[in-house]
Design a protein. Structure first.
Length: 472
Protein backbone atom coordinates (compact mmCIF):
# COMPACT_ATOMS: atom_id res chain seq x y z
CA UNK A 1 0.00 0.00 0.00
CA UNK A 2 2.82 2.43 0.86
CA UNK A 3 4.77 1.79 -2.33
CA UNK A 4 1.64 1.81 -4.48
CA UNK A 5 0.44 5.19 -3.22
CA UNK A 6 3.89 6.65 -3.85
CA UNK A 7 4.12 5.06 -7.28
CA UNK A 8 0.97 6.40 -8.89
CA UNK A 9 1.06 9.74 -7.03
CA UNK A 10 4.57 10.58 -8.24
CA UNK A 11 3.85 9.49 -11.81
CA UNK A 12 0.57 11.38 -12.00
CA UNK A 13 1.97 14.57 -10.50
CA UNK A 14 5.08 14.75 -12.68
CA UNK A 15 3.34 13.98 -15.99
CA UNK A 16 2.62 16.83 -18.45
CA UNK A 17 -0.78 18.37 -17.74
CA UNK A 18 -2.40 17.10 -20.95
CA UNK A 19 -1.36 13.51 -20.18
CA UNK A 20 -1.79 13.55 -16.39
CA UNK A 21 -5.30 12.02 -16.33
CA UNK A 22 -4.25 9.06 -18.47
CA UNK A 23 -1.03 8.60 -16.49
CA UNK A 24 -2.96 8.66 -13.20
CA UNK A 25 -5.44 6.05 -14.41
CA UNK A 26 -2.88 3.76 -16.00
CA UNK A 27 -0.52 3.96 -13.01
CA UNK A 28 -3.35 3.12 -10.64
CA UNK A 29 -4.49 0.18 -12.76
CA UNK A 30 -0.92 -1.16 -12.96
CA UNK A 31 -0.43 -1.14 -9.21
CA UNK A 32 -3.90 -2.54 -8.50
CA UNK A 33 -3.16 -5.53 -10.71
CA UNK A 34 0.28 -5.82 -9.09
CA UNK A 35 -0.81 -5.64 -5.45
CA UNK A 36 -4.38 -7.00 -5.44
CA UNK A 37 -3.32 -10.43 -4.16
CA UNK A 38 -1.12 -8.87 -1.44
CA UNK A 39 -3.08 -6.03 0.12
CA UNK A 40 -6.17 -5.80 -2.08
CA UNK A 41 -4.73 -2.83 -3.96
CA UNK A 42 -6.74 -0.17 -2.10
CA UNK A 43 -4.13 2.62 -2.35
CA UNK A 44 -6.71 5.10 -1.07
CA UNK A 45 -8.18 5.69 2.42
CA UNK A 46 -11.59 6.35 0.85
CA UNK A 47 -11.50 2.93 -0.81
CA UNK A 48 -10.50 1.26 2.45
CA UNK A 49 -13.37 3.04 4.22
CA UNK A 50 -15.99 2.02 1.67
CA UNK A 51 -14.80 -1.60 1.85
CA UNK A 52 -14.99 -1.46 5.63
CA UNK A 53 -18.53 -0.06 5.56
CA UNK A 54 -19.79 -2.94 3.40
CA UNK A 55 -18.11 -5.49 5.64
CA UNK A 56 -15.22 -6.46 3.38
CA UNK A 57 -12.44 -5.09 5.61
CA UNK A 58 -12.07 -5.16 9.43
CA UNK A 59 -11.96 -1.76 11.13
CA UNK A 60 -8.53 -2.30 12.77
CA UNK A 61 -7.00 -3.23 9.42
CA UNK A 62 -8.62 -0.22 7.80
CA UNK A 63 -7.02 2.10 10.34
CA UNK A 64 -3.65 0.47 9.72
CA UNK A 65 -4.11 0.94 5.98
CA UNK A 66 -4.95 4.61 6.55
CA UNK A 67 -1.69 5.21 8.40
CA UNK A 68 0.37 3.52 5.69
CA UNK A 69 -1.50 5.15 2.79
CA UNK A 70 -1.25 8.67 4.22
CA UNK A 71 2.43 8.10 5.00
CA UNK A 72 2.95 7.04 1.39
CA UNK A 73 1.11 10.14 0.20
CA UNK A 74 3.26 12.45 2.32
CA UNK A 75 6.46 10.75 1.16
CA UNK A 76 5.30 11.05 -2.46
CA UNK A 77 4.47 14.72 -1.91
CA UNK A 78 7.98 15.48 -0.74
CA UNK A 79 9.43 13.54 -3.67
CA UNK A 80 7.31 15.49 -6.14
CA UNK A 81 8.26 18.80 -4.55
CA UNK A 82 11.95 17.84 -4.73
CA UNK A 83 11.65 16.80 -8.36
CA UNK A 84 9.65 19.90 -9.33
CA UNK A 85 11.53 22.61 -7.38
CA UNK A 86 10.72 25.48 -7.18
CA UNK A 87 7.14 24.51 -8.04
CA UNK A 88 4.88 23.20 -5.29
CA UNK A 89 1.78 21.01 -5.40
CA UNK A 90 -0.89 23.06 -3.66
CA UNK A 91 -4.32 21.74 -2.71
CA UNK A 92 -6.77 24.55 -3.41
CA UNK A 93 -9.81 25.36 -5.58
CA UNK A 94 -9.01 25.81 -9.24
CA UNK A 95 -9.72 29.45 -10.09
CA UNK A 96 -12.25 30.85 -10.69
CA UNK A 97 -14.18 28.05 -8.93
CA UNK A 98 -14.92 28.48 -5.22
CA UNK A 99 -14.28 25.83 -2.59
CA UNK A 100 -17.91 24.68 -2.67
CA UNK A 101 -17.57 23.56 -6.28
CA UNK A 102 -14.20 21.95 -5.64
CA UNK A 103 -15.47 19.97 -2.67
CA UNK A 104 -18.52 18.86 -4.64
CA UNK A 105 -16.29 17.70 -7.49
CA UNK A 106 -14.12 15.66 -5.12
CA UNK A 107 -17.21 14.15 -3.52
CA UNK A 108 -18.84 13.07 -6.79
CA UNK A 109 -15.84 11.48 -8.45
CA UNK A 110 -14.49 9.85 -5.29
CA UNK A 111 -17.93 8.29 -4.90
CA UNK A 112 -17.66 7.09 -8.51
CA UNK A 113 -14.22 5.59 -7.87
CA UNK A 114 -15.34 3.77 -4.72
CA UNK A 115 -18.53 2.56 -6.39
CA UNK A 116 -16.53 1.06 -9.27
CA UNK A 117 -14.17 -0.64 -6.81
CA UNK A 118 -17.08 -2.22 -4.95
CA UNK A 119 -18.87 -3.44 -8.06
CA UNK A 120 -15.87 -4.65 -10.05
CA UNK A 121 -13.42 -5.90 -7.42
CA UNK A 122 -15.76 -6.95 -4.61
CA UNK A 123 -19.25 -7.83 -5.91
CA UNK A 124 -19.56 -11.59 -5.87
CA UNK A 125 -21.67 -11.88 -9.01
CA UNK A 126 -18.81 -10.20 -10.83
CA UNK A 127 -16.33 -12.51 -9.11
CA UNK A 128 -17.60 -16.11 -8.93
CA UNK A 129 -15.52 -18.75 -7.20
CA UNK A 130 -12.47 -19.71 -9.29
CA UNK A 131 -13.52 -17.37 -12.10
CA UNK A 132 -12.83 -13.80 -11.01
CA UNK A 133 -13.03 -11.11 -13.63
CA UNK A 134 -9.89 -9.56 -15.05
CA UNK A 135 -11.35 -6.15 -15.86
CA UNK A 136 -11.43 -4.75 -12.32
CA UNK A 137 -8.10 -2.89 -12.51
CA UNK A 138 -8.95 -1.43 -15.92
CA UNK A 139 -12.36 -0.24 -14.72
CA UNK A 140 -10.94 1.39 -11.59
CA UNK A 141 -8.19 3.12 -13.56
CA UNK A 142 -10.72 4.44 -16.07
CA UNK A 143 -12.84 5.88 -13.24
CA UNK A 144 -9.81 7.98 -12.30
CA UNK A 145 -9.26 8.98 -15.94
CA UNK A 146 -12.87 10.22 -16.15
CA UNK A 147 -12.59 12.10 -12.86
CA UNK A 148 -9.26 13.81 -13.52
CA UNK A 149 -10.28 15.02 -16.99
CA UNK A 150 -13.63 16.26 -15.67
CA UNK A 151 -12.67 18.04 -12.44
CA UNK A 152 -8.89 18.38 -12.57
CA UNK A 153 -9.27 22.09 -13.27
CA UNK A 154 -11.90 22.47 -10.55
CA UNK A 155 -10.33 20.76 -7.55
CA UNK A 156 -7.15 19.09 -8.76
CA UNK A 157 -9.01 15.76 -8.81
CA UNK A 158 -7.18 14.17 -5.89
CA UNK A 159 -10.03 11.67 -5.27
CA UNK A 160 -7.82 10.29 -2.51
CA UNK A 161 -7.26 11.62 1.03
CA UNK A 162 -3.69 10.32 1.01
CA UNK A 163 -2.91 12.40 -2.08
CA UNK A 164 -4.61 15.53 -0.70
CA UNK A 165 -2.91 15.34 2.69
CA UNK A 166 0.42 14.34 1.15
CA UNK A 167 0.61 17.33 -1.16
CA UNK A 168 -0.66 19.75 1.45
CA UNK A 169 1.82 18.64 4.11
CA UNK A 170 4.77 18.54 1.70
CA UNK A 171 4.00 22.05 0.46
CA UNK A 172 3.63 23.59 3.94
CA UNK A 173 7.04 25.33 3.95
CA UNK A 174 5.87 27.28 0.89
CA UNK A 175 2.61 28.28 2.57
CA UNK A 176 0.11 25.46 2.13
CA UNK A 177 -3.53 26.45 2.23
CA UNK A 178 -4.76 23.65 4.50
CA UNK A 179 -7.58 22.76 2.11
CA UNK A 180 -6.66 19.07 2.40
CA UNK A 181 -8.98 18.65 5.40
CA UNK A 182 -12.00 19.80 3.34
CA UNK A 183 -10.93 17.60 0.44
CA UNK A 184 -10.49 14.61 2.75
CA UNK A 185 -13.92 15.02 4.33
CA UNK A 186 -15.58 15.28 0.90
CA UNK A 187 -13.75 12.18 -0.32
CA UNK A 188 -14.68 10.15 2.77
CA UNK A 189 -18.30 11.24 2.35
CA UNK A 190 -18.10 10.05 -1.24
CA UNK A 191 -16.91 6.66 0.04
CA UNK A 192 -19.89 6.50 2.39
CA UNK A 193 -22.39 7.33 -0.35
CA UNK A 194 -20.78 4.75 -2.66
CA UNK A 195 -21.26 2.07 0.00
CA UNK A 196 -24.94 3.02 0.39
CA UNK A 197 -25.55 2.90 -3.36
CA UNK A 198 -23.72 -0.42 -3.60
CA UNK A 199 -25.98 -1.85 -0.91
CA UNK A 200 -29.06 -0.79 -2.88
CA UNK A 201 -28.02 -2.07 -6.31
CA UNK A 202 -26.31 -5.23 -4.96
CA UNK A 203 -28.81 -6.46 -2.39
CA UNK A 204 -27.67 -10.04 -2.89
CA UNK A 205 -24.38 -9.11 -1.21
CA UNK A 206 -26.20 -8.56 2.06
CA UNK A 207 -28.46 -11.59 2.25
CA UNK A 208 -31.59 -10.06 0.71
CA UNK A 209 -33.24 -13.06 -0.92
CA UNK A 210 -36.19 -11.21 -2.47
CA UNK A 211 -34.92 -12.07 -5.93
CA UNK A 212 -34.24 -15.75 -5.16
CA UNK A 213 -36.80 -18.41 -5.88
CA UNK A 214 -35.59 -21.63 -4.25
CA UNK A 215 -33.68 -22.84 -1.22
CA UNK A 216 -30.68 -23.61 -3.41
CA UNK A 217 -30.76 -20.03 -4.69
CA UNK A 218 -30.70 -18.70 -1.13
CA UNK A 219 -27.80 -20.99 -0.32
CA UNK A 220 -25.99 -19.58 -3.35
CA UNK A 221 -25.51 -16.19 -1.68
CA UNK A 222 -23.92 -17.49 1.49
CA UNK A 223 -20.24 -16.61 1.96
CA UNK A 224 -17.79 -18.53 -0.21
CA UNK A 225 -20.54 -20.00 -2.40
CA UNK A 226 -20.50 -17.45 -5.17
CA UNK A 227 -22.95 -18.87 -7.69
CA UNK A 228 -25.52 -16.20 -8.45
CA UNK A 229 -26.86 -17.33 -11.81
CA UNK A 230 -30.42 -17.61 -10.48
CA UNK A 231 -30.48 -14.17 -8.89
CA UNK A 232 -32.53 -11.48 -10.62
CA UNK A 233 -31.94 -7.90 -9.36
CA UNK A 234 -35.05 -6.06 -8.23
CA UNK A 235 -36.85 -3.55 -10.41
CA UNK A 236 -35.81 -0.60 -8.24
CA UNK A 237 -32.17 -1.72 -8.30
CA UNK A 238 -32.24 -1.90 -12.07
CA UNK A 239 -33.77 1.56 -12.43
CA UNK A 240 -31.25 3.04 -9.99
CA UNK A 241 -28.48 1.34 -11.94
CA UNK A 242 -29.63 3.00 -15.16
CA UNK A 243 -29.97 6.35 -13.43
CA UNK A 244 -26.49 6.24 -11.91
CA UNK A 245 -24.72 5.13 -15.08
CA UNK A 246 -26.45 7.74 -17.23
CA UNK A 247 -25.85 10.50 -14.67
CA UNK A 248 -22.12 9.77 -14.54
CA UNK A 249 -21.88 9.68 -18.34
CA UNK A 250 -23.81 12.91 -18.96
CA UNK A 251 -22.06 14.74 -16.13
CA UNK A 252 -18.64 13.73 -17.46
CA UNK A 253 -19.53 14.85 -20.97
CA UNK A 254 -20.86 18.17 -19.74
CA UNK A 255 -17.99 18.99 -17.39
CA UNK A 256 -15.45 18.31 -20.11
CA UNK A 257 -17.32 20.70 -22.38
CA UNK A 258 -17.46 23.58 -19.92
CA UNK A 259 -13.78 23.32 -18.91
CA UNK A 260 -12.67 23.14 -22.53
CA UNK A 261 -11.07 19.71 -22.27
CA UNK A 262 -9.55 18.48 -25.55
CA UNK A 263 -10.09 14.89 -24.45
CA UNK A 264 -13.84 14.95 -23.82
CA UNK A 265 -14.58 11.79 -25.86
CA UNK A 266 -11.81 9.90 -24.06
CA UNK A 267 -13.18 10.97 -20.65
CA UNK A 268 -16.74 10.05 -21.66
CA UNK A 269 -15.55 6.66 -22.90
CA UNK A 270 -13.71 6.08 -19.62
CA UNK A 271 -16.83 6.93 -17.60
CA UNK A 272 -19.02 4.72 -19.77
CA UNK A 273 -16.61 1.79 -19.67
CA UNK A 274 -16.19 1.74 -15.90
CA UNK A 275 -19.95 2.00 -15.30
CA UNK A 276 -20.73 -0.70 -17.86
CA UNK A 277 -18.32 -3.05 -16.12
CA UNK A 278 -19.79 -2.07 -12.74
CA UNK A 279 -23.49 -2.50 -13.52
CA UNK A 280 -23.61 -4.80 -16.53
CA UNK A 281 -25.13 -7.67 -14.58
CA UNK A 282 -27.57 -5.46 -12.68
CA UNK A 283 -29.61 -3.72 -15.39
CA UNK A 284 -27.61 -4.50 -18.51
CA UNK A 285 -25.83 -1.13 -18.21
CA UNK A 286 -27.72 0.39 -21.12
CA UNK A 287 -27.50 4.08 -20.08
CA UNK A 288 -28.89 5.11 -23.46
CA UNK A 289 -32.49 5.13 -24.80
CA UNK A 290 -31.23 3.96 -28.20
CA UNK A 291 -29.56 0.95 -26.56
CA UNK A 292 -32.69 0.25 -24.52
CA UNK A 293 -34.80 0.27 -27.68
CA UNK A 294 -32.45 -2.26 -29.26
CA UNK A 295 -32.45 -4.41 -26.11
CA UNK A 296 -36.25 -4.51 -26.14
CA UNK A 297 -36.21 -5.59 -29.79
CA UNK A 298 -33.45 -8.09 -28.93
CA UNK A 299 -35.82 -9.61 -26.32
CA UNK A 300 -33.28 -8.95 -23.57
CA UNK A 301 -35.45 -6.33 -21.86
CA UNK A 302 -39.22 -6.39 -21.37
CA UNK A 303 -41.31 -3.43 -22.52
CA UNK A 304 -42.16 -2.39 -18.96
CA UNK A 305 -38.53 -2.32 -17.92
CA UNK A 306 -37.58 -0.57 -21.14
CA UNK A 307 -40.01 2.28 -20.51
CA UNK A 308 -38.81 2.62 -16.91
CA UNK A 309 -35.16 2.55 -17.97
CA UNK A 310 -35.69 5.30 -20.53
CA UNK A 311 -37.47 7.41 -17.91
CA UNK A 312 -34.55 6.90 -15.49
CA UNK A 313 -32.02 7.74 -18.20
CA UNK A 314 -33.79 10.94 -19.22
CA UNK A 315 -34.23 12.03 -15.60
CA UNK A 316 -30.52 11.44 -15.02
CA UNK A 317 -29.74 13.48 -18.13
CA UNK A 318 -31.78 16.43 -16.88
CA UNK A 319 -30.26 16.37 -13.37
CA UNK A 320 -26.74 16.00 -14.75
CA UNK A 321 -27.43 18.90 -17.11
CA UNK A 322 -28.52 21.11 -14.22
CA UNK A 323 -25.37 20.13 -12.30
CA UNK A 324 -23.22 21.01 -15.31
CA UNK A 325 -25.01 24.37 -15.64
CA UNK A 326 -24.19 25.15 -12.02
CA UNK A 327 -20.49 24.46 -12.59
CA UNK A 328 -20.60 26.39 -15.88
CA UNK A 329 -21.96 29.49 -14.16
CA UNK A 330 -18.89 29.56 -11.89
CA UNK A 331 -16.26 28.42 -14.38
CA UNK A 332 -13.73 30.10 -16.64
CA UNK A 333 -16.00 29.78 -19.70
CA UNK A 334 -19.16 31.10 -18.07
CA UNK A 335 -19.45 33.79 -20.75
CA UNK A 336 -19.55 31.18 -23.50
CA UNK A 337 -22.76 29.54 -24.66
CA UNK A 338 -22.48 25.85 -25.51
CA UNK A 339 -25.15 24.73 -27.93
CA UNK A 340 -26.50 21.39 -29.00
CA UNK A 341 -26.59 21.44 -32.77
CA UNK A 342 -24.61 20.98 -35.98
CA UNK A 343 -21.01 22.13 -36.02
CA UNK A 344 -19.99 25.22 -37.92
CA UNK A 345 -20.23 24.59 -41.64
CA UNK A 346 -22.39 21.45 -41.35
CA UNK A 347 -26.09 21.09 -42.10
CA UNK A 348 -28.62 19.57 -39.67
CA UNK A 349 -29.03 16.62 -42.04
CA UNK A 350 -25.30 15.91 -42.07
CA UNK A 351 -25.07 16.15 -38.29
CA UNK A 352 -28.09 13.90 -37.87
CA UNK A 353 -26.77 11.30 -40.28
CA UNK A 354 -23.41 10.96 -38.53
CA UNK A 355 -25.23 10.65 -35.20
CA UNK A 356 -27.28 7.82 -36.71
CA UNK A 357 -24.18 6.14 -38.14
CA UNK A 358 -22.09 6.14 -34.97
CA UNK A 359 -25.06 5.36 -32.73
CA UNK A 360 -25.62 2.33 -34.95
CA UNK A 361 -21.99 1.29 -34.37
CA UNK A 362 -22.32 1.78 -30.61
CA UNK A 363 -25.60 -0.10 -30.27
CA UNK A 364 -24.47 -2.94 -32.52
CA UNK A 365 -21.32 -3.30 -30.41
CA UNK A 366 -23.48 -3.49 -27.27
CA UNK A 367 -25.65 -6.23 -28.77
CA UNK A 368 -22.76 -8.23 -30.22
CA UNK A 369 -20.42 -8.01 -27.23
CA UNK A 370 -22.75 -8.15 -24.23
CA UNK A 371 -25.79 -10.23 -25.25
CA UNK A 372 -24.15 -13.16 -27.02
CA UNK A 373 -23.04 -16.20 -25.02
CA UNK A 374 -19.31 -16.83 -24.68
CA UNK A 375 -17.92 -19.58 -26.93
CA UNK A 376 -18.22 -23.05 -25.40
CA UNK A 377 -14.48 -23.61 -25.64
CA UNK A 378 -13.58 -20.71 -23.37
CA UNK A 379 -12.21 -21.63 -19.96
CA UNK A 380 -13.98 -18.69 -18.34
CA UNK A 381 -17.58 -17.58 -18.28
CA UNK A 382 -16.49 -14.00 -17.68
CA UNK A 383 -16.96 -11.46 -20.43
CA UNK A 384 -13.87 -9.32 -19.90
CA UNK A 385 -14.02 -7.24 -23.08
CA UNK A 386 -17.59 -6.00 -23.48
CA UNK A 387 -17.16 -2.78 -21.49
CA UNK A 388 -13.99 -1.87 -23.34
CA UNK A 389 -15.68 -2.53 -26.70
CA UNK A 390 -18.64 -0.32 -25.80
CA UNK A 391 -16.52 2.49 -24.39
CA UNK A 392 -14.22 2.39 -27.42
CA UNK A 393 -17.20 3.10 -29.67
CA UNK A 394 -17.95 6.19 -27.60
CA UNK A 395 -14.36 7.40 -27.92
CA UNK A 396 -14.21 6.71 -31.65
CA UNK A 397 -17.51 8.42 -32.33
CA UNK A 398 -16.74 11.43 -30.15
CA UNK A 399 -13.39 12.11 -31.79
CA UNK A 400 -14.60 11.33 -35.32
CA UNK A 401 -17.75 13.46 -35.42
CA UNK A 402 -17.28 15.84 -32.50
CA UNK A 403 -16.82 18.79 -34.85
CA UNK A 404 -19.80 17.74 -36.97
CA UNK A 405 -22.52 17.08 -34.42
CA UNK A 406 -20.88 16.89 -30.99
CA UNK A 407 -20.77 13.09 -31.04
CA UNK A 408 -23.44 12.57 -28.38
CA UNK A 409 -24.71 9.17 -29.66
CA UNK A 410 -27.27 9.15 -26.86
CA UNK A 411 -30.63 10.96 -26.43
CA UNK A 412 -30.00 11.26 -22.68
CA UNK A 413 -26.73 13.09 -23.36
CA UNK A 414 -28.52 15.35 -25.84
CA UNK A 415 -31.15 16.15 -23.23
CA UNK A 416 -28.49 16.85 -20.63
CA UNK A 417 -26.59 19.27 -22.88
CA UNK A 418 -29.83 20.99 -23.90
CA UNK A 419 -30.84 21.34 -20.25
CA UNK A 420 -27.46 22.79 -19.33
CA UNK A 421 -27.53 25.32 -22.17
CA UNK A 422 -31.07 26.39 -21.27
CA UNK A 423 -30.18 26.73 -17.59
CA UNK A 424 -27.00 28.77 -18.11
CA UNK A 425 -26.12 30.72 -21.23
CA UNK A 426 -24.79 34.12 -22.17
CA UNK A 427 -27.60 36.67 -22.30
CA UNK A 428 -26.34 38.08 -25.59
CA UNK A 429 -26.10 34.64 -27.18
CA UNK A 430 -28.87 32.34 -26.01
CA UNK A 431 -28.89 28.82 -27.44
CA UNK A 432 -30.75 28.36 -30.69
CA UNK A 433 -33.69 25.98 -30.25
CA UNK A 434 -31.87 23.48 -28.00
CA UNK A 435 -34.98 21.36 -27.40
CA UNK A 436 -35.71 21.24 -31.12
CA UNK A 437 -32.16 20.11 -31.84
CA UNK A 438 -32.38 17.64 -28.96
CA UNK A 439 -35.51 16.09 -30.43
CA UNK A 440 -33.99 15.97 -33.92
CA UNK A 441 -30.71 14.39 -32.77
CA UNK A 442 -32.56 11.92 -30.54
CA UNK A 443 -34.69 10.82 -33.48
CA UNK A 444 -31.59 10.12 -35.56
CA UNK A 445 -29.99 8.23 -32.67
CA UNK A 446 -33.07 6.12 -31.99
CA UNK A 447 -33.15 5.29 -35.70
CA UNK A 448 -29.53 4.15 -35.39
CA UNK A 449 -30.53 1.88 -32.51
CA UNK A 450 -33.43 0.47 -34.50
CA UNK A 451 -31.21 -0.29 -37.49
CA UNK A 452 -28.60 -1.91 -35.23
CA UNK A 453 -31.25 -4.24 -33.79
CA UNK A 454 -32.40 -5.19 -37.29
CA UNK A 455 -28.85 -5.82 -38.54
CA UNK A 456 -28.02 -7.84 -35.42
CA UNK A 457 -31.02 -10.06 -36.07
CA UNK A 458 -29.62 -10.79 -39.55
CA UNK A 459 -26.02 -11.35 -38.49
CA UNK A 460 -26.89 -13.49 -35.44
CA UNK A 461 -29.92 -15.56 -36.52
CA UNK A 462 -29.00 -18.34 -34.09
CA UNK A 463 -29.71 -16.01 -31.18
CA UNK A 464 -33.38 -15.76 -32.16
CA UNK A 465 -34.39 -19.41 -32.74
CA UNK A 466 -37.75 -19.79 -31.09
CA UNK A 467 -37.45 -16.43 -29.33
CA UNK A 468 -40.41 -14.01 -29.35
CA UNK A 469 -39.93 -10.59 -30.91
CA UNK A 470 -40.69 -8.94 -27.57
CA UNK A 471 -40.65 -10.31 -24.03
CA UNK A 472 -43.41 -9.54 -21.59
Amino acid sequence: EFIGVMFFQILGATAPREYAPAVNGVALAVWIYSSATISGGHLNPAVSLTLCIVGKLPWPLMLGYWVVQVSGGIAAGFCVCALSTPRKAFIEPGPPFTWQYSVTAEFIYTALLCFVVLNCAVARRNNPRDDRNQFYGLAIGLAVVAGVYSVGGISGACLNPAVAVGFDVSSSPAGATGWSLCWMLAELMGALVAAVLFRIVRQEEFGNSSGLSTASDVEAITPFAFTFQAFEPGFASKCLSEFLGTFVLVLTVGLNIIVGSPAGPWAAAAALTCMVYSLGNVSGAQFNPAVTLAMVLRSRCCVRDGIAFVAAQLLAGVLAGLTVASFHSAGPMRNTTFELGPGIGYSPATAGFVELLFTFVLVYAVLASSTVASPAGWQTKQNNYFGLAIGSCMAAGGFAIGSVSGGELNPAVCLGIATASLSHHVAQAPPHAPLTNCLAFSTWELAGGLIAAAVFRKTHPGEFKGAPLLVK
